[in-house]
Design a protein around this ligand. Structure first.
Ligand code: DER
Length: 272
């Protein structure tokens, strides 16, 4: 399909521009687009080091061990599985040496705005995704054209928030006080009655809000703080994070001092 082709194109371009076979630690996010990133990385390693086997345990004996000196840090169960499925070596986040910074972290997004702020959490892995991204020198967001919108919550309807189950009711009320309409705990799958559980066994609350403003939209010192439903991206993120019981918010703000760069592919992969 055109969407799968666009995901694959974005992944191949992201890897060719931001992956090096000399890297030591690479963060791998969750979702279907990042699977193409892992496949492109595995292909790049196989091309650069044809002698190295594809099974990490065999590679210590090959000359090109640098191919598999690279360790891939997953952001949850599915992310770890996609690393293993491509014959690469996972290293769990809590096994990382404290002083290590990842060379790069690749991850998807549910929506990305003009300033490269992201909504993440459609796959309910946002907490470990944010841990890994903040441990990396660079966060490369890989997303097809459907995700690119001028402002957040244009197409994606709500902000995913990871909460402690015991606190879910008070977080729902606090979100309504911030202006969310009908925030709800994300249901699980039919095979398991009750709410979805994250890899931390927490709940996800999806909180609808009006379209979020960019910094450049703000019309004065007290604009963008929720008055008249006008929230600026990083101010809403901070307000939600401050609610007792919230573990993490699915807003990844490019305003947090990161330099941002858009590779930009138009529909179906043509340059815009
Ligand atoms: O949960 C997330 O933030 C993921 O990045 C995810 O929603 C993107 O998923 P996709 O690549 O399958 O669209």
């Amino acid at each position: 399909s055109a969407v799968e082709q666009a995901k694959r194109l974005a992944a191949v371009q992201a890897v060719s521009e931001h992956f090096s076979t000399n890297f030591k630690y690479v963060g791998i996010g969750s979702g279907s687009t990042v699977k193409y990133v892992v496949e492109a990385i595995a292909a790049s390693l196989a091309k650069a080091f044809p002698a190295a086997s594809t099974r990490p345990s065999d590679t210590r004996s090959t000359s090109a061990t640098s191919a598999y000196d690279i360790q891939f840090v997953p952001t949850g169960y599915q992310s770890r599985q996609s690393i293993l499925d491509c014959g690469l070596t996972p290293l769990l986040f809590d096994h990382l040496p404290n002083d290590v910074i990842l060379d790069v972290a690749f991850d998807g997004a549910d929506e990305v705005d003009d300033d490269l702020n992201c909504i993440k959490g459609g796959g309910a892995c946002l907490f470990q995704e944010k841990l890994v991204i903040e441990k990396a020198k660079k966060f490369v967001c890989v997303a097809d054209y459907r995700k690119a919108q001028s402002r957040l919550l244009t197409v994606w309807p709500s902000i995913p928030i990871e909460v402690a189950p015991i606190a879910s009711h008070i977080v729902l009320m606090a979100l309504e006080n911030l202006g969310s309409v009908k925030p709800a705990v994300r249901a699980g799958v039919p095979a398991k009655s009750g709410p979805l559980r994250t890899d931390q066994a927490f709940y996800i609350i999806d909180a609808p809000f009006p379209t979020l403003l960019l910094r450049s939209d703000i019309q004065g010192p007290d604009d963008g703080n929720g008055k008249n439903g006008r929230w600026e991206v990083s101010r809403l993120s901070e307000a939600i994070k401050n609610i007792t019981g919230v573990l993490e918010v699915g807003i990844f703000s490019g305003y947090d001092g990161y330099e941002t760069e858009k590779l930009g592919l138009g529909k179906g992969g043509q340059k815009p």
